[in-house]
Structures are given as structure tokens and as C-alpha cells.
Design a protein around this ligand. Structure first.
Ligand code: MGD
Ligand code: MGD
Ligand code: SF4
Ligand code: MO
Length: 673
């Protein structure tokens, strides 16, 4: 048997974008290891990456185009599927204009060529597009207001940090190569602080664990800032020379006392004083997570943490930073060359969060077709019951998929697509490191499955803009890489070196010139004001909280978090791992006592949006009144937690409020065997 091992990339939506070594034998992926030569990921990969072997070889892969006839899927030819879809698209465009088609998508695959979906819709004339992000929208917008952009320090810069604050990032679970660096930092004597409502493996290695009430981090940042000022530890020179609006900050700080902050956060004054000393003892790096901004006050939360980092002089210095996302990475590519935005003639935008409500309301024009790519919205988008109703109301739902997900099952046409290692692409992410990895095509897709790009190309031909897709993958990649040529980065180099570091600044804002309208760090945001909002930092509560909605909190007293699963990337690994195929309801110890719940009990979690039954696990060290159910579960295995979550948008309009969710819980009878 001839075996060959190839260097490639993990394509999954993840902080780490690991280098992989994939062994192929007789046209099949037979082994996946880490690539020890990758400068950041160094041969270590997680189970989700390793399980891509099972995923690509799974017998459940979709092999043929399917059409729903009288409620049942029947196999059809590609010819018939593409002709049907193109005809319907042409008719919709003639009758209502192109925005009668909704493109519902997410970012399941980090391949650069996945952006060609936007080229397709722009050339079609522009569809109804989704803006904002379930994932990190509130935080990216917040950092855009504060710094003018969202940039992070290079991973190795953590070696310069005296102290490291992990603020709401589940590092051990979601960002394994940062976890490795934390272990190394701890060894050399850096202090590690973890601020999180849940006590997990990252908190376990920390020098200090700060258990905070969900959604209340802005108050903690205020408390620490009050102490920073009282102790005179702020960076006066930075504040005076490089920032705008610090007087507004002081005004808000004067409006709230430390004891109120203690009450709101559950964090003691002593812990705040200690954190202030640590922020004042520069350099202190802050790694912000994404969970904590999925609240109705999420943008404001990130802005307060940014403000603390700035006021303490930890911006633009080695070992510092308010590290959230790193958009320096995506800015390296010519996305416009790939996506042709100038070809759009009509436009309608809805937020990701509100897609269901908007579909149901739309009449000018109505939505006649939804095309879903790189996403599983009937599991991942909030308010699943409303999403199902919205999708059911649309005449034609087309889903490009690898598996029969909940979303695919609700479609009228399911088009089988290629998976990892079945198409050439380059992979990178604006989340953590700035290496771009080359991913060759290693195996053929099974059955009649085709790459997304092939489908766009075939539809484009039928819709009269085939010329816009008459390029090879290499030509498309070269278009996107063109701005990098001046730095000597070409596709040819990527192919030989397997991965290349993009030309990004390892210590952003070192020159103290910010991308805000004033060129300064803006405690009070001009961009926000230009958008008609109050640009000052606010005192704000989660939408579903005792403070903002006491009636709701009386009815539904517990706060539900819905964090990312350890062994699955969102919904993708559940069908492959039998142990994951149950709904696990994790409850803080006080909830268990109050409701008489013990490990293994069955319980129902519910609110006005929905209800979910699962098996109880009591959590040690979680903030009182907190419940967690990991996101991503399939309908057939008990159902997604998003039946409970809210589709409200974050305060700045760009993010989700997935963790801003009140529920109640009750014990139910054990499952009949
Ligand atoms: N294993 C695994 N890894 C993944 C993914 C996956 O699905 N599985 N997904 C990838 C993707 S797309 C993303 S966006 C990232 C997300 O990476 P993270 O931000 O690390 O993870 P999340 O699950 O989004 O956020 C959950 C963390 O936020 C904490 N949290 C929740 N509410 C609050 C709060 O109010 N305050 C504070 N301080 N903390 C809070 C939770 O307790 C938890 O530790 O992970 C990536 N990596
Ligand atoms: N309650 C709750 N909900 C959440 C979150 C949460 O923390 N809590 N997290 C949110 C976050 S951070 C994110 S990023 C989103 C993720 O939401 P999604 O991206 O929708 O989640 P995935 O499960 O990764 O679903 C992606 C689907 O795309 C398919 N796919 C993979 N590769 C390709 C490809 O190349 N082409 C095509 N056409 N399809 C492909 C997979 O088979 C899979 O079914 O979920 C959000 N939803
Ligand atoms: S899922 Fe993330 S950590 Fe795991 S192998 Fe892929 S990139 Fe690496
Ligand atoms: Mo995400």
C-alpha cells in the first residue's frame, strides 16, 4: 500500500489554525497528526483536528444532490439541481430583484476561497446579506470605536508580559496553543489571572481565579479602574497625550461606588485592588474572550476592559495589549478582488441575529429563496423555534452541506460539498496568530460531492455571469494574495514553505497612532457619535437581568450560558462521538441544592422561547445561579440549546446576546428505558 504524508492546515473555525500532517493511502485520509514544523502550533493538535479523518471518511457524508418531494428527499442529478435553482433565481430576480434571495452563512471553514460566495451574489446583482456576527461582532465594533481597529499582539509577545489576565476566554478548551504559552509563562514566574463565571481547566492553572457574575465584567473593569486611580497607578502621560475623553470616564466612575460594584459582580474590593496593582505593574497582557461580549451590554463590556488596559498604560507596549481579534490578518488580502463588490446593483442587509424575524416580516421584496453555505443556522443561530418557522415559510431553501444537519434536513435542495483536504485553499484566521497555511487538495470528494466553488461556477454559467468564474483556484488565490507580492509572499512560496508569516505588527499601536477619527485612543468614541449613538462608556446591564428586567428575573431566576463544546467545533463533531450525543445541563451547586438536582438526574430548562430536556451535572466553583449547556447539539440527539437563547442584538448592533438568557429549571422523570 502506497502511503504519502502531506503538510496542510486545519480548516476549522478556531483560534489556532494548526499545521497538520495528513497521510493518504489509496485515495483516503488514513492518519492526521500535527505538523511539528509549524512555528506556532508545533505539532500539537486537538481531538477536533484529529477527528477530521473520521469526518471526511464518515459513511454519513452526503454523496448526491437531493430534492425534497412530498416531504421526502429523492436523489437528483447535478444537472437537474443546478437548472432548477438557477431558474428559480432568475425568476425571483426578474419579479422582485436580487434581494429576494437571502444568503445565510457563517464561517465554518477558514479557506480564503470560501469568500467567493460573496463574488457569486455580487455578480447576481446583490442578495439580502447578513451583517454583524454571532461570534464576535460586539467586541470587534467596540475595539473599532476605541482603537479604530481590532488588533492583537503576536503569540510570542506573551513572553514579555509580567502579568497575564485571561478575561472570559476558555483557553484550555478553545485556544490550546495559548494554553501552552500560559503554562510556560507560569513556569517563568508570570502571574496568571482568570476572570470567568465558570471554574475550568484554565482557572485551575491560574494564580488567581476571579469568579464573576455573568454579564457584569464592565463593572469589574470600573472597580479596578477606580482603584487604579486611587492608587495613582494610571499612565498619566499616555492618557494626556494619546487619548480622548478620559474626563467622561471619571464622571461615570464617580457615579458608582465600590460596594455597588461588589454587589453587581460578586468580586470583592480586595480582588479589585489587587487587579489594579497588577495592571499598574506593567506590562500586563489581557486576553479577552468572546463569550463575555455575547450580551446586550457586550460592546460596552469590551470597551471598559479596553479602557482599563489603556488607562493603565498597557497599550502599544511589548507584553501588553487588549487582545481580542487580530484583523491585521484579513487586511493582508485583496478580498475585493475576490468578491467584486462593485458588481452589486441592489442591496438589503439584515443582522445575523435577526434573520428569522426579518424573513417572516419581509415583503418588499419577500424572501423567495435562502441559500445556506458554511453554516448550520437551525442549530447555531439564536431562537431556533423562530428560525425553523422562518425557514419553513420560504418557498425554496438550498443548503450546501457535507452532512444531513438540522438545517439540511429542512431544505428543499441539499447540495453535497467537499470537505477538508478535498480542495485546494489557503487558511488563516484573524483570531490569534498571523501565519497563513497552504492546503493542497489531497483526496477526491466522495460520491458526487463537489467543492462550493464548483457549484458557484455552474450556477454562474446558468445565470449569465460565467466569465466572472472562469478562473482556476490558483488564479483566484493569486488575486487575493496580490498585495502580499511586495512582501515576497506568493502562492508558489506558500506551496514550498507550507506556511508563511503575514506582514503584521507584532505589537500593535506601538507608534501610539490610532485609526480612530481623532488619531487617539478614544474613551469617548467619535465613530459611535457619527452613528448617532452616545459615544461615552456606559453603566449598562445585560438585557435579561434582575437590574434590567426584574419581572423576567422573578419568573426565570437562572442565568444560562451556552459555551463552545470541548470535543466538537460547534455542531460539527456531534455525529461522530457517541458520548456527545446527550444534552448535558451543567448547574452551579446552589441551583442543584435549591432544585434538588444531582448528577445524572433528568431536568428541563425552559423560558418563554423554548424548552430543553437533558442530564444534570453539578459544577464546582461556578458563579451561583449559573447554568451552562454547551452549544451545537443536533436535533436528533436532544436538540440545540438555541431554542432558549434570544435573538436580540448587542448594544452596538453588531453582536449576538447568546449568553444573555434567563431560564428556570425543573427535575423531570427519568427517561423510560
Ligand atoms: N473546543 C472548541 N474550540 C473552539 C470552538 C469550538 O466550537 N470548540 N469554536 C471556536 C470559535 S468559532 C470561537 S468564537 C472561539 C471562542 O472562544 P472562547 O471565547 O474561549 O469561548 P466561548 O465558548 O465563546 O466563551 C466562553 C467563555 O466565556 C466565559 N463567559 C461567559 N460569560 C461570561 C461573562 O459574562 N464574563 C466572563 N468573564 N466570562 C464569561 C465562559 O464561562 C467561557 O469560559 O473558540 C474557538 N475554538
Ligand atoms: N448558543 C450559542 N450559539 C452559538 C455560539 C455560542 O457560543 N452559543 N457560538 C456562535 C459562534 S462563535 C459561531 S462562530 C457560530 C458557528 O456557527 P456555524 O458556522 O453555523 O457552526 P458549525 O457547526 O461549524 O456549522 C457549520 C456547518 O458548515 C458545514 N461546513 C463545513 N465546511 C464547509 C464548507 O467548506 N462548505 C460548506 N458549504 N459547508 C461547510 C459543516 O458541515 C457544518 O454543518 O455559532 C454561534 N452560535
Ligand atoms: S480545531 Fe483548532 S486547535 Fe484543533 S487542530 Fe484545528 S486549528 Fe488546531
Ligand atoms: Mo466563533
Amino acid at each position: 500500500m502506497v502511503k504519502a504524508t502531506h503538510v496542510t492546515s486545519c480548516p476549522l473555525n478556531c483560534w489556532d489554525v494548526c499545521g497538520l500532517k495528513v497521510t493518504v493511502s489509496e485515495g483516503k485520509v488514513v492518519r492526521i497528526d500535527g505538523d511539528e514544523h509549524h512555528p506556532i502550533t508545533k505539532g500539537n493538535i486537538c481531538g477536533r483536528g484529529r477527528m477530521l479523518k473520521e469526518r471526511v471518511n464518515a459513511k454519513e457524508r452526503l454523496l448526491y444532490p437531493l430534492k425534497k418531494v412530498n416531504g421526502q428527499f429523492v436523489r437528483i442529478s447535478w444537472e437537474e439541481a443546478l437548472d432548477d435553482i438557477a431558474r428559480k433565481m432568475r425568476e425571483l430576480k426578474e419579479r422582485f430583484g436580487p434581494t429576494a434571495v437571502l444568503h445565510s452563512h457563517d464561517y465554518a471553514n477558514n479557506g480564503l476561497l470560501k469568500n467567493l460566495d460573496r463574488r457569486f451574489f455580487n455578480c447576481y446583482g446583490g442578495a439580502t446579506e447578513l451583517i454583524g456576527s454571532l461570534c464576535w461582532g460586539a467586541g470587534i465594533e467596540a475595539q473599532t470605536w476605541d482603537f479604530g481597529n481590532a488588533y492583537s499582539h503576536a503569540p510570542e509577545d506573551i513572553d514579555n508580559s509580567r502579568h497575564i489576565v485571561i478575561w472570559g476566554r476558555n483557553v484550555a478548551r478553545t485556544n490550546m496553543h495559548l494554553f501552552e504559552r500560559l503554562l510556560a509563562a507560569k513556569k517563568r514566574g508570570a502571574t496568571i489571572v482568570v476572570i470567568d463565571p465558570l471554574f475550568g481547566p484554565t482557572a485551575r492553572i491560574a494564580d488567581r481565579y476571579v469568579c464573576i457574575k455573568p454579564g457584569m465584567d464592565a463593572f469589574l473593569a470600573m472597580g479596578v479602574m477606580k482603584e487604579l486611580l486611587r492608587l495613582g497607578l494610571e499612565d498619566r502621560a499616555f492618557i494626556e497625550q494619546h487619548t480622548l475623553g478620559f474626563d467622561d470616564v471619571k464622571q461615570v466612575l464617580d457615579m458608582i461606588s465600590l460596594s455597588e460594584i461588589e454587589r453587581h459582580t460578586g468580586v470583592s474590593r480586595d480582588q479589585m485592588t489587587e487587579l489594579a496593582r497588577l495592571y499598574g505593574d506593567r506590562p500586563t497582557a489581557t486576553y479577552l474572550g468572546l463569550g463575555m461580549q455575547r450580551y446586550a451590554n457586550g460592546g460596552n463590556t469590551i470597551r471598559w476592559i479596553d479602557a482599563l488596559v489603556a488607562a493603565s498604560g498597557n497599550v502599544g507596549i511589548p507584553g501588553g495589549g487588549a487582545n481580542f481579534g487580530n484583523l491585521q490578518v484579513s487586511e493582508c488580502f485583496d478580498k475585493a478582488a475576490l468578491t467584486l463588490p462593485e458588481r452589486k446593483t441592489a442591496s438589503r442587509t439584515w443582522t445575523m441575529m435577526k434573520q428569522a424575524e426579518e424573513i417572516l416580516r419581509a415583503n418588499d421584496p419577500p424572501i423567495g429563496m435562502v441559500i445556506v453555505t458554511c453554516g448550520n443556522p437551525l442549530v447555531q443561530v439564536p431562537n431556533t423555534n423562530l428560525m425553523k418557522k422562518a425557514f419553513a415559510s420560504v418557498e425554496t431553501v438550498v443548503v450546501f452541506e457535507q452532512f444531513m444537519t438540522d438545517t439540511a434536513a429542512a431544505a428543499d435542495y441539499v447540495l453535497p460539498v467537499a470537505a477538508s483536504f478535498e480542495e485546494e485553499d489557503v487558511y488563516c484566521s484573524s483570531m490569534y496568530h498571523a501565519y497563513v497555511n497552504y492546503g493542497p487538495k489531497l483526496v477526491d470528494p466522495p460520491g458526487e460531492a463537489k467543492p462550493d466553488l464548483w457549484i458557484w461556477t455552474e450556477l454562474a454559467k446558468r445565470l449569465g455571469f460565467g466569465d466572472d468564474f472562469a478562473y482556476t483556484r490558483e488564479q483566484f488565490l493569486a488575486m487575493a494574495l496580490r498585495p502580499l507580492e511586495q512582501h515576497g509572499i506568493t502562492l508558489a512560496r506558500l506551496k514550498t514553505e507550507h506556511r508563511v508569516l503575514l506582514p503584521v505588527e507584532p505589537v500593535p499601536w506601538r507608534g501610539r497612532r490610532f485609526q480612530t477619527p481623532s488619531g487617539k485612543y478614544e474613551f469617548t468614541s467619535t465613530i459611535a457619535k457619527q452613528k448617532g449613538m452616545d459615544g461615552r462608556l456606559q453603566i449598562m446591564y445585560p438585557a435579561e437581568s434582575e437590574e434590567a428586567n426584574p419581572a423576567l428575573a422573578a419568573k426565570y431566576p437562572y442565568r444560562l450560558l451556552t459555551i463552545h463544546p470541548l470535543r466538537s467545533n460547534h455542531s460539527q463533531h456531534y455525529p461522530l462521538i457517541p458520548a456527545l450525543q446527550v444534552v448535558r445541563i451543567e448547574v452551579a451547586a446552589d441551583v442543584a441544592v435549591k432544585k434538588g438536582l444531582a448528577d445524572g438526574d433528568r431536568a428541563r430548562v425552559y423560558n418563554d422561547r423554548g424548552s430543553l430536556v437533558g442530564t444534570v451535572k453539578v459544577l464546582d466553583g461556578a458563579y451561583p445561579g449559573t447554568i451552562n449547556i454547551d452549544e451545537g447539539q443536533w436535533g436528533v440527539f436532544g436538540g440545540p440549546v438555541n431554542v432558549l437563547t434570544s435573538d436580540l442584538e448587542s448594544d452596538n448592533g453588531c453582536g449576538s446576546t447568546l449568553y444573555d438568557c434567563l431560564v428556570d429549571i425543573e427535575k423531570v422523570a427519568p427517561e423510560a428505558k
